[in-house]
Design a protein around this ligand. Structure first.
Ligand code: SAM
Length: 582
Protein backbone atom coordinates (compact mmCIF):
# COMPACT_ATOMS: atom_id res chain seq x y z
CA UNK A 1 0.00 0.00 0.00
CA UNK A 2 1.50 3.29 -1.03
CA UNK A 3 1.35 6.27 1.37
CA UNK A 4 -0.44 8.22 -1.39
CA UNK A 5 -3.36 5.79 -1.37
CA UNK A 6 -3.74 6.10 2.39
CA UNK A 7 -3.43 9.88 2.19
CA UNK A 8 -6.05 10.04 -0.56
CA UNK A 9 -8.41 7.94 1.57
CA UNK A 10 -8.00 10.21 4.60
CA UNK A 11 -8.48 13.40 2.56
CA UNK A 12 -11.58 11.94 0.93
CA UNK A 13 -12.96 10.99 4.34
CA UNK A 14 -12.30 14.50 5.71
CA UNK A 15 -13.99 16.06 2.67
CA UNK A 16 -17.13 14.01 3.29
CA UNK A 17 -17.22 15.03 6.95
CA UNK A 18 -15.75 12.03 8.76
CA UNK A 19 -14.70 13.17 12.23
CA UNK A 20 -11.32 11.87 13.35
CA UNK A 21 -9.90 13.63 16.42
CA UNK A 22 -6.53 15.30 16.21
CA UNK A 23 -3.87 13.00 17.57
CA UNK A 24 -5.01 9.88 15.74
CA UNK A 25 -2.67 8.85 12.98
CA UNK A 26 -3.35 6.18 10.39
CA UNK A 27 -0.30 4.39 9.13
CA UNK A 28 0.63 1.12 7.43
CA UNK A 29 2.47 -2.01 8.56
CA UNK A 30 3.33 -5.06 6.48
CA UNK A 31 1.87 -7.42 9.08
CA UNK A 32 -1.39 -5.71 9.98
CA UNK A 33 -2.09 -3.49 6.98
CA UNK A 34 -3.47 -0.05 7.86
CA UNK A 35 -3.61 0.70 11.59
CA UNK A 36 -4.37 3.67 13.79
CA UNK A 37 -1.99 5.01 16.46
CA UNK A 38 -2.50 7.66 19.15
CA UNK A 39 0.22 10.26 18.75
CA UNK A 40 -0.58 11.62 22.21
CA UNK A 41 -2.39 10.29 25.26
CA UNK A 42 -6.09 10.40 24.46
CA UNK A 43 -9.22 10.06 26.58
CA UNK A 44 -12.07 8.13 25.02
CA UNK A 45 -11.10 8.83 21.40
CA UNK A 46 -14.14 8.81 19.12
CA UNK A 47 -14.51 8.47 15.36
CA UNK A 48 -17.78 9.52 13.67
CA UNK A 49 -18.81 8.77 10.12
CA UNK A 50 -21.81 10.29 8.27
CA UNK A 51 -24.58 8.17 6.72
CA UNK A 52 -23.59 9.11 3.17
CA UNK A 53 -20.29 7.27 3.51
CA UNK A 54 -21.88 4.05 4.77
CA UNK A 55 -22.10 1.29 2.15
CA UNK A 56 -25.42 -0.36 2.91
CA UNK A 57 -28.23 -2.33 1.30
CA UNK A 58 -29.96 0.84 -0.03
CA UNK A 59 -27.22 1.02 -2.69
CA UNK A 60 -27.75 -2.42 -4.31
CA UNK A 61 -31.54 -2.01 -3.90
CA UNK A 62 -31.41 1.13 -6.06
CA UNK A 63 -28.58 0.03 -8.32
CA UNK A 64 -30.08 -3.37 -9.20
CA UNK A 65 -33.70 -2.19 -8.84
CA UNK A 66 -34.46 -4.76 -6.17
CA UNK A 67 -37.51 -4.93 -3.98
CA UNK A 68 -37.06 -4.36 -0.23
CA UNK A 69 -38.28 -7.92 0.26
CA UNK A 70 -35.78 -9.46 -2.18
CA UNK A 71 -34.05 -12.40 -0.55
CA UNK A 72 -30.38 -12.29 0.43
CA UNK A 73 -29.82 -8.55 0.18
CA UNK A 74 -26.44 -9.07 1.86
CA UNK A 75 -25.51 -11.19 -1.18
CA UNK A 76 -26.61 -8.35 -3.50
CA UNK A 77 -24.55 -5.93 -1.43
CA UNK A 78 -21.51 -8.13 -2.06
CA UNK A 79 -22.26 -8.09 -5.78
CA UNK A 80 -22.60 -4.31 -5.59
CA UNK A 81 -19.17 -3.95 -3.99
CA UNK A 82 -17.69 -6.21 -6.68
CA UNK A 83 -19.33 -4.01 -9.33
CA UNK A 84 -17.97 -0.71 -8.05
CA UNK A 85 -14.55 -2.27 -7.59
CA UNK A 86 -14.17 -4.23 -10.83
CA UNK A 87 -16.65 -2.82 -13.40
CA UNK A 88 -14.03 -0.38 -14.66
CA UNK A 89 -15.61 0.60 -17.96
CA UNK A 90 -19.16 1.22 -16.78
CA UNK A 91 -20.03 3.76 -14.16
CA UNK A 92 -22.41 2.66 -11.43
CA UNK A 93 -25.00 5.37 -10.96
CA UNK A 94 -27.21 5.56 -7.87
CA UNK A 95 -29.41 8.63 -7.23
CA UNK A 96 -27.52 10.41 -10.00
CA UNK A 97 -24.22 9.87 -8.21
CA UNK A 98 -21.43 7.92 -9.82
CA UNK A 99 -20.76 5.66 -6.84
CA UNK A 100 -17.71 3.87 -8.21
CA UNK A 101 -16.00 7.28 -8.42
CA UNK A 102 -17.43 8.43 -5.10
CA UNK A 103 -15.96 5.45 -3.27
CA UNK A 104 -12.77 5.14 -5.35
CA UNK A 105 -10.37 6.28 -2.60
CA UNK A 106 -11.97 3.71 -0.27
CA UNK A 107 -11.87 0.92 -2.85
CA UNK A 108 -8.23 1.69 -3.69
CA UNK A 109 -7.25 1.42 -0.02
CA UNK A 110 -8.79 -1.99 0.57
CA UNK A 111 -6.10 -4.62 1.28
CA UNK A 112 -4.11 -5.83 -1.70
CA UNK A 113 -3.66 -9.20 -0.08
CA UNK A 114 -6.31 -11.17 1.75
CA UNK A 115 -5.13 -14.07 3.86
CA UNK A 116 -8.20 -16.21 4.43
CA UNK A 117 -7.39 -19.90 3.74
CA UNK A 118 -10.34 -19.82 1.35
CA UNK A 119 -7.90 -18.54 -1.26
CA UNK A 120 -4.68 -20.29 -0.20
CA UNK A 121 -2.83 -22.43 -2.73
CA UNK A 122 -2.62 -26.18 -2.22
CA UNK A 123 0.81 -26.11 -0.50
CA UNK A 124 -0.45 -23.46 1.90
CA UNK A 125 -3.59 -25.45 2.60
CA UNK A 126 -1.43 -28.44 3.48
CA UNK A 127 -0.28 -26.45 6.52
CA UNK A 128 -3.83 -26.90 7.82
CA UNK A 129 -4.08 -30.62 7.01
CA UNK A 130 -6.10 -32.65 9.53
CA UNK A 131 -7.27 -29.59 11.43
CA UNK A 132 -10.88 -28.52 11.75
CA UNK A 133 -10.21 -25.51 9.59
CA UNK A 134 -8.38 -27.52 6.92
CA UNK A 135 -11.23 -30.01 6.88
CA UNK A 136 -13.94 -27.37 6.58
CA UNK A 137 -12.51 -25.17 3.83
CA UNK A 138 -14.11 -27.08 0.98
CA UNK A 139 -17.57 -26.88 2.53
CA UNK A 140 -17.22 -23.17 3.28
CA UNK A 141 -16.05 -22.55 -0.26
CA UNK A 142 -18.89 -24.61 -1.75
CA UNK A 143 -21.44 -22.58 0.27
CA UNK A 144 -20.11 -19.28 -1.08
CA UNK A 145 -20.14 -20.69 -4.60
CA UNK A 146 -23.75 -21.77 -4.13
CA UNK A 147 -24.74 -18.31 -2.89
CA UNK A 148 -23.12 -16.73 -5.96
CA UNK A 149 -24.80 -19.19 -8.33
CA UNK A 150 -28.22 -18.57 -6.81
CA UNK A 151 -27.78 -14.81 -7.05
CA UNK A 152 -26.61 -14.64 -10.63
CA UNK A 153 -29.24 -17.09 -11.85
CA UNK A 154 -32.02 -15.23 -10.03
CA UNK A 155 -31.94 -12.14 -12.24
CA UNK A 156 -31.70 -11.39 -15.95
CA UNK A 157 -29.24 -8.54 -15.49
CA UNK A 158 -26.37 -11.02 -15.73
CA UNK A 159 -25.12 -12.44 -19.01
CA UNK A 160 -24.55 -16.04 -17.97
CA UNK A 161 -22.52 -16.71 -21.12
CA UNK A 162 -19.84 -14.46 -19.69
CA UNK A 163 -19.54 -16.58 -16.54
CA UNK A 164 -20.09 -19.93 -18.27
CA UNK A 165 -16.70 -21.16 -17.12
CA UNK A 166 -17.49 -20.40 -13.47
CA UNK A 167 -20.89 -22.07 -13.79
CA UNK A 168 -19.28 -25.16 -15.25
CA UNK A 169 -16.79 -25.22 -12.35
CA UNK A 170 -19.66 -24.77 -9.88
CA UNK A 171 -21.45 -27.77 -11.37
CA UNK A 172 -18.39 -30.02 -11.25
CA UNK A 173 -16.82 -28.67 -8.09
CA UNK A 174 -16.74 -31.90 -6.12
CA UNK A 175 -14.70 -33.78 -8.70
CA UNK A 176 -12.29 -30.95 -9.42
CA UNK A 177 -8.58 -31.04 -8.55
CA UNK A 178 -7.63 -28.22 -6.18
CA UNK A 179 -4.77 -27.04 -8.41
CA UNK A 180 -7.19 -26.51 -11.29
CA UNK A 181 -9.64 -24.67 -9.03
CA UNK A 182 -6.82 -22.47 -7.81
CA UNK A 183 -5.70 -21.58 -11.35
CA UNK A 184 -9.21 -20.97 -12.69
CA UNK A 185 -10.82 -19.15 -9.75
CA UNK A 186 -8.79 -18.54 -6.61
CA UNK A 187 -5.75 -17.02 -8.26
CA UNK A 188 -7.94 -14.35 -9.83
CA UNK A 189 -9.39 -13.55 -6.41
CA UNK A 190 -5.93 -13.52 -4.84
CA UNK A 191 -4.56 -11.17 -7.54
CA UNK A 192 -7.83 -9.20 -7.73
CA UNK A 193 -8.04 -9.74 -11.49
CA UNK A 194 -11.50 -11.22 -12.14
CA UNK A 195 -12.61 -11.57 -15.75
CA UNK A 196 -15.85 -9.71 -15.05
CA UNK A 197 -17.35 -8.03 -11.99
CA UNK A 198 -20.05 -10.67 -11.47
CA UNK A 199 -17.69 -13.63 -11.91
CA UNK A 200 -17.28 -15.92 -8.96
CA UNK A 201 -13.69 -14.70 -8.39
CA UNK A 202 -15.02 -11.16 -7.93
CA UNK A 203 -17.82 -12.32 -5.63
CA UNK A 204 -15.36 -14.32 -3.52
CA UNK A 205 -13.15 -11.23 -3.14
CA UNK A 206 -16.20 -9.25 -2.04
CA UNK A 207 -17.21 -12.01 0.37
CA UNK A 208 -13.76 -11.90 1.98
CA UNK A 209 -13.90 -8.11 2.26
CA UNK A 210 -17.27 -8.29 4.01
CA UNK A 211 -16.25 -11.19 6.23
CA UNK A 212 -13.22 -9.28 7.45
CA UNK A 213 -14.66 -5.78 7.79
CA UNK A 214 -18.49 -5.64 7.85
CA UNK A 215 -20.50 -4.21 10.74
CA UNK A 216 -24.12 -4.88 11.70
CA UNK A 217 -26.49 -2.27 10.29
CA UNK A 218 -28.77 -2.27 13.34
CA UNK A 219 -26.35 0.01 15.20
CA UNK A 220 -27.46 2.90 12.97
CA UNK A 221 -30.82 1.56 11.89
CA UNK A 222 -32.81 -0.35 14.47
CA UNK A 223 -35.48 -1.14 11.86
CA UNK A 224 -33.20 -2.91 9.39
CA UNK A 225 -33.64 -6.62 8.63
CA UNK A 226 -31.91 -8.89 11.09
CA UNK A 227 -28.29 -9.61 10.11
CA UNK A 228 -28.14 -6.76 7.62
CA UNK A 229 -24.55 -5.64 7.15
CA UNK A 230 -22.76 -2.46 6.18
CA UNK A 231 -19.26 -1.27 5.37
CA UNK A 232 -17.99 1.65 7.43
CA UNK A 233 -15.06 3.35 5.71
CA UNK A 234 -12.41 4.67 8.14
CA UNK A 235 -13.89 2.90 11.19
CA UNK A 236 -13.05 -0.32 9.39
CA UNK A 237 -9.36 0.63 9.46
CA UNK A 238 -9.14 -0.30 13.13
CA UNK A 239 -7.54 -3.62 13.94
CA UNK A 240 -8.76 -6.12 16.50
CA UNK A 241 -7.85 -6.55 20.13
CA UNK A 242 -10.18 -8.57 22.34
CA UNK A 243 -9.05 -6.57 25.39
CA UNK A 244 -10.18 -3.32 23.83
CA UNK A 245 -13.36 -1.92 25.39
CA UNK A 246 -15.27 -0.05 22.73
CA UNK A 247 -18.73 1.37 22.11
CA UNK A 248 -20.59 1.56 18.78
CA UNK A 249 -23.64 3.80 18.72
CA UNK A 250 -25.74 6.02 16.41
CA UNK A 251 -25.91 9.81 16.48
CA UNK A 252 -28.49 11.26 14.04
CA UNK A 253 -27.78 8.51 11.55
CA UNK A 254 -24.01 8.81 11.99
CA UNK A 255 -22.08 5.74 13.13
CA UNK A 256 -19.87 6.40 16.15
CA UNK A 257 -16.99 4.34 17.42
CA UNK A 258 -15.63 5.20 20.85
CA UNK A 259 -12.78 3.65 22.78
CA UNK A 260 -13.56 3.52 26.48
CA UNK A 261 -10.81 4.72 28.82
CA UNK A 262 -7.48 6.29 27.99
CA UNK A 263 -5.09 5.29 25.23
CA UNK A 264 -1.43 6.06 25.94
CA UNK A 265 0.76 7.94 23.50
CA UNK A 266 2.18 5.60 20.85
CA UNK A 267 -0.43 2.91 21.48
CA UNK A 268 -2.53 1.45 18.71
CA UNK A 269 -6.22 2.31 18.76
CA UNK A 270 -8.14 -0.95 18.39
CA UNK A 271 -11.64 -2.05 17.64
CA UNK A 272 -12.99 -5.26 19.17
CA UNK A 273 -14.33 -7.86 16.74
CA UNK A 274 -15.71 -10.00 19.58
CA UNK A 275 -14.42 -13.02 21.49
CA UNK A 276 -13.24 -15.04 18.53
CA UNK A 277 -10.94 -18.04 18.47
CA UNK A 278 -8.09 -18.38 15.99
CA UNK A 279 -10.12 -20.64 13.72
CA UNK A 280 -12.71 -17.94 13.18
CA UNK A 281 -10.09 -15.19 12.95
CA UNK A 282 -8.02 -17.07 10.41
CA UNK A 283 -10.90 -18.26 8.31
CA UNK A 284 -12.82 -14.96 8.30
CA UNK A 285 -10.12 -12.33 8.74
CA UNK A 286 -6.86 -13.98 7.68
CA UNK A 287 -4.94 -13.50 10.92
CA UNK A 288 -4.43 -15.21 14.27
CA UNK A 289 -3.60 -14.03 17.77
CA UNK A 290 -0.91 -15.67 19.86
CA UNK A 291 -2.16 -16.34 23.42
CA UNK A 292 -5.76 -15.86 22.34
CA UNK A 293 -7.86 -16.50 25.44
CA UNK A 294 -10.90 -17.05 23.24
CA UNK A 295 -9.26 -19.82 21.27
CA UNK A 296 -11.20 -23.05 21.16
CA UNK A 297 -11.34 -26.45 19.48
CA UNK A 298 -14.59 -27.46 17.83
CA UNK A 299 -15.71 -31.06 18.22
CA UNK A 300 -18.52 -32.14 15.94
CA UNK A 301 -20.35 -35.23 17.16
CA UNK A 302 -22.51 -37.01 14.62
CA UNK A 303 -25.44 -38.85 16.18
CA UNK A 304 -28.33 -40.83 14.70
CA UNK A 305 -31.49 -38.73 14.49
CA UNK A 306 -33.43 -41.03 16.85
CA UNK A 307 -30.76 -40.52 19.53
CA UNK A 308 -31.01 -36.75 19.10
CA UNK A 309 -34.82 -36.88 19.30
CA UNK A 310 -34.61 -38.92 22.50
CA UNK A 311 -32.21 -36.38 24.04
CA UNK A 312 -34.38 -33.41 23.04
CA UNK A 313 -37.52 -35.08 24.41
CA UNK A 314 -36.28 -36.78 27.55
CA UNK A 315 -33.07 -35.10 28.69
CA UNK A 316 -33.74 -31.36 28.97
CA UNK A 317 -30.66 -31.00 31.15
CA UNK A 318 -28.49 -32.18 28.30
CA UNK A 319 -28.71 -28.98 26.30
CA UNK A 320 -27.55 -29.57 22.76
CA UNK A 321 -25.83 -26.44 21.45
CA UNK A 322 -26.23 -25.04 17.95
CA UNK A 323 -23.66 -22.88 16.21
CA UNK A 324 -25.66 -19.78 17.04
CA UNK A 325 -24.89 -20.39 20.71
CA UNK A 326 -21.31 -19.47 19.94
CA UNK A 327 -19.90 -16.30 18.41
CA UNK A 328 -20.47 -15.70 14.71
CA UNK A 329 -19.59 -13.09 12.14
CA UNK A 330 -21.64 -9.95 12.27
CA UNK A 331 -23.58 -10.95 9.21
CA UNK A 332 -24.20 -14.65 9.11
CA UNK A 333 -27.73 -15.08 7.96
CA UNK A 334 -29.52 -16.40 10.99
CA UNK A 335 -32.84 -16.40 9.16
CA UNK A 336 -31.55 -18.99 6.77
CA UNK A 337 -30.81 -21.41 9.54
CA UNK A 338 -33.85 -23.05 11.08
CA UNK A 339 -31.79 -24.41 13.96
CA UNK A 340 -31.55 -20.97 15.51
CA UNK A 341 -33.87 -19.95 18.28
CA UNK A 342 -34.48 -22.22 21.23
CA UNK A 343 -38.09 -23.10 20.44
CA UNK A 344 -37.45 -24.24 16.90
CA UNK A 345 -34.85 -26.88 17.69
CA UNK A 346 -35.58 -30.39 16.58
CA UNK A 347 -33.52 -33.43 15.62
CA UNK A 348 -33.03 -32.37 11.99
CA UNK A 349 -31.25 -29.22 13.18
CA UNK A 350 -28.45 -31.54 14.24
CA UNK A 351 -28.43 -33.74 11.13
CA UNK A 352 -24.91 -32.50 10.39
CA UNK A 353 -23.76 -33.20 13.93
CA UNK A 354 -23.71 -31.44 17.30
CA UNK A 355 -20.81 -29.01 17.62
CA UNK A 356 -19.14 -28.28 20.95
CA UNK A 357 -16.34 -25.79 21.52
CA UNK A 358 -13.74 -26.51 24.17
CA UNK A 359 -11.66 -23.74 25.58
CA UNK A 360 -8.94 -24.03 28.18
CA UNK A 361 -9.82 -20.70 29.81
CA UNK A 362 -13.29 -21.93 30.62
CA UNK A 363 -13.12 -24.74 33.18
CA UNK A 364 -16.73 -25.61 32.42
CA UNK A 365 -16.38 -26.01 28.65
CA UNK A 366 -15.80 -29.79 28.84
CA UNK A 367 -18.85 -30.35 31.02
CA UNK A 368 -21.58 -30.35 28.31
CA UNK A 369 -19.49 -32.72 26.20
CA UNK A 370 -18.90 -35.01 29.13
CA UNK A 371 -22.61 -35.04 29.85
CA UNK A 372 -23.30 -36.06 26.26
CA UNK A 373 -20.71 -38.86 26.37
CA UNK A 374 -22.11 -40.01 29.70
CA UNK A 375 -25.55 -40.12 28.14
CA UNK A 376 -24.23 -42.13 25.20
CA UNK A 377 -22.46 -44.55 27.59
CA UNK A 378 -25.34 -45.19 29.94
CA UNK A 379 -27.48 -48.29 29.87
CA UNK A 380 -31.26 -47.99 29.72
CA UNK A 381 -31.50 -48.40 33.49
CA UNK A 382 -28.84 -45.81 34.29
CA UNK A 383 -29.19 -42.04 34.57
CA UNK A 384 -26.73 -39.28 33.76
CA UNK A 385 -25.62 -39.36 37.39
CA UNK A 386 -24.60 -43.01 37.50
CA UNK A 387 -20.96 -43.42 38.41
CA UNK A 388 -20.24 -46.15 35.87
CA UNK A 389 -21.75 -44.21 32.97
CA UNK A 390 -19.82 -41.13 34.05
CA UNK A 391 -16.55 -43.08 34.13
CA UNK A 392 -17.23 -44.60 30.74
CA UNK A 393 -18.16 -41.19 29.33
CA UNK A 394 -14.76 -39.91 30.45
CA UNK A 395 -13.00 -42.77 28.65
CA UNK A 396 -14.85 -42.26 25.38
CA UNK A 397 -14.42 -38.50 25.42
CA UNK A 398 -10.74 -38.92 26.18
CA UNK A 399 -10.34 -41.33 23.26
CA UNK A 400 -12.08 -38.86 20.96
CA UNK A 401 -9.83 -35.97 22.06
CA UNK A 402 -6.69 -38.08 21.80
CA UNK A 403 -7.56 -39.29 18.34
CA UNK A 404 -8.16 -35.69 17.22
CA UNK A 405 -4.82 -34.70 18.74
CA UNK A 406 -3.01 -37.60 17.04
CA UNK A 407 -4.47 -36.57 13.70
CA UNK A 408 -3.02 -33.09 14.06
CA UNK A 409 0.31 -34.39 15.40
CA UNK A 410 0.65 -36.92 12.61
CA UNK A 411 -0.14 -34.55 9.74
CA UNK A 412 2.06 -34.71 6.66
CA UNK A 413 5.37 -32.81 6.65
CA UNK A 414 5.26 -29.52 4.88
CA UNK A 415 7.33 -28.39 1.92
CA UNK A 416 7.69 -24.69 2.58
CA UNK A 417 8.45 -23.56 -0.98
CA UNK A 418 5.44 -21.88 -2.56
CA UNK A 419 4.07 -20.94 0.87
CA UNK A 420 3.57 -17.34 1.91
CA UNK A 421 5.51 -16.93 5.16
CA UNK A 422 2.72 -15.01 6.91
CA UNK A 423 0.20 -17.73 6.06
CA UNK A 424 2.68 -20.35 7.27
CA UNK A 425 3.00 -18.46 10.54
CA UNK A 426 -0.79 -18.20 10.93
CA UNK A 427 -1.27 -21.92 10.28
CA UNK A 428 1.50 -22.75 12.72
CA UNK A 429 0.03 -20.66 15.55
CA UNK A 430 -3.43 -22.06 14.86
CA UNK A 431 -2.21 -25.69 14.91
CA UNK A 432 -0.08 -25.19 18.01
CA UNK A 433 -2.93 -23.73 19.91
CA UNK A 434 -5.36 -26.46 18.76
CA UNK A 435 -2.87 -29.06 20.04
CA UNK A 436 -2.42 -27.20 23.29
CA UNK A 437 -6.16 -27.00 23.95
CA UNK A 438 -6.58 -30.72 23.19
CA UNK A 439 -3.63 -31.68 25.42
CA UNK A 440 -4.90 -29.56 28.28
CA UNK A 441 -8.39 -31.01 27.89
CA UNK A 442 -7.05 -34.57 28.04
CA UNK A 443 -5.02 -33.62 31.12
CA UNK A 444 -8.15 -32.17 32.71
CA UNK A 445 -10.07 -35.39 32.04
CA UNK A 446 -7.22 -37.41 33.56
CA UNK A 447 -7.32 -35.27 36.71
CA UNK A 448 -11.09 -35.64 36.92
CA UNK A 449 -10.83 -39.41 36.51
CA UNK A 450 -8.13 -39.60 39.19
CA UNK A 451 -10.24 -37.62 41.66
CA UNK A 452 -13.31 -39.76 40.93
CA UNK A 453 -11.27 -42.97 41.31
CA UNK A 454 -9.96 -41.90 44.68
CA UNK A 455 -13.29 -40.55 45.95
CA UNK A 456 -15.10 -43.77 44.99
CA UNK A 457 -12.49 -46.43 45.63
CA UNK A 458 -14.82 -48.48 47.82
CA UNK A 459 -17.26 -48.76 44.95
CA UNK A 460 -14.72 -49.96 42.41
CA UNK A 461 -13.31 -53.42 41.87
CA UNK A 462 -10.32 -54.18 39.67
CA UNK A 463 -8.65 -57.47 38.80
CA UNK A 464 -5.64 -56.38 40.84
CA UNK A 465 -7.78 -56.12 43.97
CA UNK A 466 -9.28 -59.54 43.27
CA UNK A 467 -5.89 -61.15 42.82
CA UNK A 468 -4.84 -59.66 46.15
CA UNK A 469 -7.97 -60.35 48.17
CA UNK A 470 -9.44 -63.52 46.68
CA UNK A 471 -6.66 -66.15 46.53
CA UNK A 472 -9.20 -68.98 46.14
CA UNK A 473 -10.02 -67.70 42.68
CA UNK A 474 -6.55 -68.16 41.21
CA UNK A 475 -5.47 -71.08 43.37
CA UNK A 476 -8.43 -73.42 42.95
CA UNK A 477 -11.54 -72.00 41.29
CA UNK A 478 -10.05 -70.73 38.04
CA UNK A 479 -7.95 -73.88 37.38
CA UNK A 480 -11.00 -76.04 38.14
CA UNK A 481 -12.92 -74.31 35.36
CA UNK A 482 -10.45 -75.61 32.85
CA UNK A 483 -9.77 -79.03 34.42
CA UNK A 484 -10.46 -80.88 31.22
CA UNK A 485 -7.90 -78.83 29.30
CA UNK A 486 -4.66 -80.44 28.24
CA UNK A 487 -1.53 -79.02 29.67
CA UNK A 488 -1.80 -76.27 27.16
CA UNK A 489 -1.18 -72.89 28.80
CA UNK A 490 -4.27 -70.68 28.93
CA UNK A 491 -3.91 -67.07 27.84
CA UNK A 492 -6.39 -64.53 29.17
CA UNK A 493 -6.86 -61.76 26.66
CA UNK A 494 -7.71 -58.93 29.03
CA UNK A 495 -8.76 -58.02 32.53
CA UNK A 496 -12.27 -57.82 31.06
CA UNK A 497 -12.15 -61.55 30.23
CA UNK A 498 -10.74 -62.36 33.65
CA UNK A 499 -13.51 -60.41 35.34
CA UNK A 500 -16.13 -62.34 33.35
CA UNK A 501 -14.50 -65.62 34.41
CA UNK A 502 -14.35 -64.42 38.02
CA UNK A 503 -18.05 -63.53 38.03
CA UNK A 504 -18.89 -66.88 36.39
CA UNK A 505 -16.92 -68.87 38.95
CA UNK A 506 -18.07 -66.89 41.95
CA UNK A 507 -21.71 -67.12 40.94
CA UNK A 508 -21.36 -70.83 40.28
CA UNK A 509 -19.58 -71.58 43.56
CA UNK A 510 -21.53 -68.93 45.46
CA UNK A 511 -18.19 -67.83 46.88
CA UNK A 512 -18.13 -64.04 46.51
CA UNK A 513 -15.82 -62.80 49.30
CA UNK A 514 -17.70 -60.83 51.99
CA UNK A 515 -16.08 -57.61 50.80
CA UNK A 516 -17.43 -58.17 47.30
CA UNK A 517 -20.88 -59.52 48.14
CA UNK A 518 -22.26 -56.45 46.37
CA UNK A 519 -21.07 -57.91 43.05
CA UNK A 520 -23.05 -61.07 43.74
CA UNK A 521 -26.15 -59.07 44.59
CA UNK A 522 -25.85 -56.88 41.51
CA UNK A 523 -25.32 -60.01 39.42
CA UNK A 524 -28.42 -61.76 40.74
CA UNK A 525 -30.60 -58.73 40.18
CA UNK A 526 -29.23 -58.16 36.67
CA UNK A 527 -31.41 -59.57 33.93
CA UNK A 528 -30.09 -61.07 30.76
CA UNK A 529 -31.74 -61.12 27.39
CA UNK A 530 -32.93 -64.26 25.67
CA UNK A 531 -30.78 -63.36 22.70
CA UNK A 532 -27.20 -64.61 22.95
CA UNK A 533 -24.72 -62.17 21.50
CA UNK A 534 -21.94 -63.03 19.08
CA UNK A 535 -19.45 -61.78 21.68
CA UNK A 536 -20.72 -64.35 24.14
CA UNK A 537 -20.50 -67.11 21.55
CA UNK A 538 -16.93 -66.10 20.69
CA UNK A 539 -15.99 -65.94 24.37
CA UNK A 540 -17.49 -69.35 24.99
CA UNK A 541 -15.70 -70.82 22.00
CA UNK A 542 -12.40 -69.28 23.05
CA UNK A 543 -12.36 -70.47 26.66
CA UNK A 544 -14.73 -73.41 26.78
CA UNK A 545 -14.74 -74.65 23.20
CA UNK A 546 -12.95 -77.88 24.06
CA UNK A 547 -15.10 -78.85 27.02
CA UNK A 548 -18.78 -79.26 27.64
CA UNK A 549 -19.08 -78.22 31.27
CA UNK A 550 -19.96 -74.57 30.67
CA UNK A 551 -23.42 -73.42 29.66
CA UNK A 552 -23.41 -70.74 26.94
CA UNK A 553 -26.29 -68.95 28.70
CA UNK A 554 -24.27 -68.55 31.88
CA UNK A 555 -21.36 -67.14 29.91
CA UNK A 556 -23.72 -64.73 28.19
CA UNK A 557 -25.20 -63.60 31.52
CA UNK A 558 -21.73 -62.92 32.96
CA UNK A 559 -20.66 -61.05 29.84
CA UNK A 560 -23.77 -58.90 29.84
CA UNK A 561 -23.35 -58.25 33.54
CA UNK A 562 -19.70 -57.17 33.28
CA UNK A 563 -20.50 -55.07 30.21
CA UNK A 564 -23.29 -53.20 31.98
CA UNK A 565 -21.51 -52.83 35.33
CA UNK A 566 -17.98 -51.88 34.36
CA UNK A 567 -15.94 -49.45 32.35
CA UNK A 568 -12.56 -49.98 30.75
CA UNK A 569 -9.93 -47.35 31.41
CA UNK A 570 -8.55 -45.65 28.34
CA UNK A 571 -5.38 -44.70 30.18
CA UNK A 572 -3.94 -48.04 31.23
CA UNK A 573 -1.96 -49.88 28.57
CA UNK A 574 -3.63 -53.12 29.59
CA UNK A 575 -7.08 -51.50 29.21
CA UNK A 576 -7.96 -52.17 32.85
CA UNK A 577 -11.64 -53.05 33.32
CA UNK A 578 -13.24 -51.84 36.56
CA UNK A 579 -16.50 -53.15 38.09
CA UNK A 580 -18.65 -50.43 39.65
CA UNK A 581 -20.97 -50.76 42.62
CA UNK A 582 -24.35 -49.14 42.04
C1 SAM B 1 -11.34 -4.37 9.58
S1 SAM B 1 -9.82 -4.63 8.82
C2 SAM B 1 -8.75 -3.62 9.74
C3 SAM B 1 -7.91 -2.73 8.86
C4 SAM B 1 -6.88 -3.42 8.04
N1 SAM B 1 -5.64 -3.50 8.78
C5 SAM B 1 -6.67 -2.77 6.72
O1 SAM B 1 -5.53 -2.65 6.28
O2 SAM B 1 -7.63 -2.40 6.08
C6 SAM B 1 -9.48 -6.25 9.32
C7 SAM B 1 -8.18 -6.80 8.81
O3 SAM B 1 -7.09 -6.21 9.50
C8 SAM B 1 -6.12 -7.17 9.85
N2 SAM B 1 -6.08 -7.25 11.31
C9 SAM B 1 -6.99 -6.81 12.19
N3 SAM B 1 -6.60 -7.00 13.45
C10 SAM B 1 -5.41 -7.61 13.39
C11 SAM B 1 -4.50 -8.08 14.37
N4 SAM B 1 -4.76 -7.95 15.67
N5 SAM B 1 -3.37 -8.66 13.95
C12 SAM B 1 -3.11 -8.80 12.63
N6 SAM B 1 -3.93 -8.37 11.66
C13 SAM B 1 -5.07 -7.77 12.02
C14 SAM B 1 -6.55 -8.46 9.19
O4 SAM B 1 -5.95 -8.53 7.95
C15 SAM B 1 -8.03 -8.28 9.05
O5 SAM B 1 -8.58 -9.01 8.00
Amino acid sequence: MSPEILEALLQWAASIGVVVPEGLKFTYSDLKGILCVCEKEMDEPKIKIPPKIIISRSLPIKCFKLHESTGNINGWLKLFLAKIKFDEYNDTIVDNVCVNKKFKPYLDALPLQLNSPLIWNSSELECLASTNLGNSIHEKFANIFKEWFELITSSDIFDLEKVADDIQIYRTLDGMAYEALYERILKKTELQTPTIWYSFSAFLWSQLIFTSRAFPEYVVNGKCPENSIVLLPIIDLLNHDYRSKVKWYPENGWFCYEKMGTVAQGQELFNNYGGKGNEELLSGYGFVLEDNIFDSVALKIKLPLDVISAILEKEPLLKLPTLSDYTTFAFEDKNSNPQDGEAARDATDYADGVTYFINTQNEQSLEPLLNLFTYLSKTEEETLHDLRARFEGIQILRNALESKLNNILGATPIDSSNINSYRYYCADIYRKSQKQILKESVARLKRLEKTMLSENKNRLLTMNKILKNDPAFTETELPSLFSSEDDEELVFESTYDLLVLWVLVKARCQSFPTKYQWVGQQYISSGNTAYISDDSKAFHAQYFGKQDNMDLKQVDHAIQFVGANSFTRASSTSGDTVLVRK
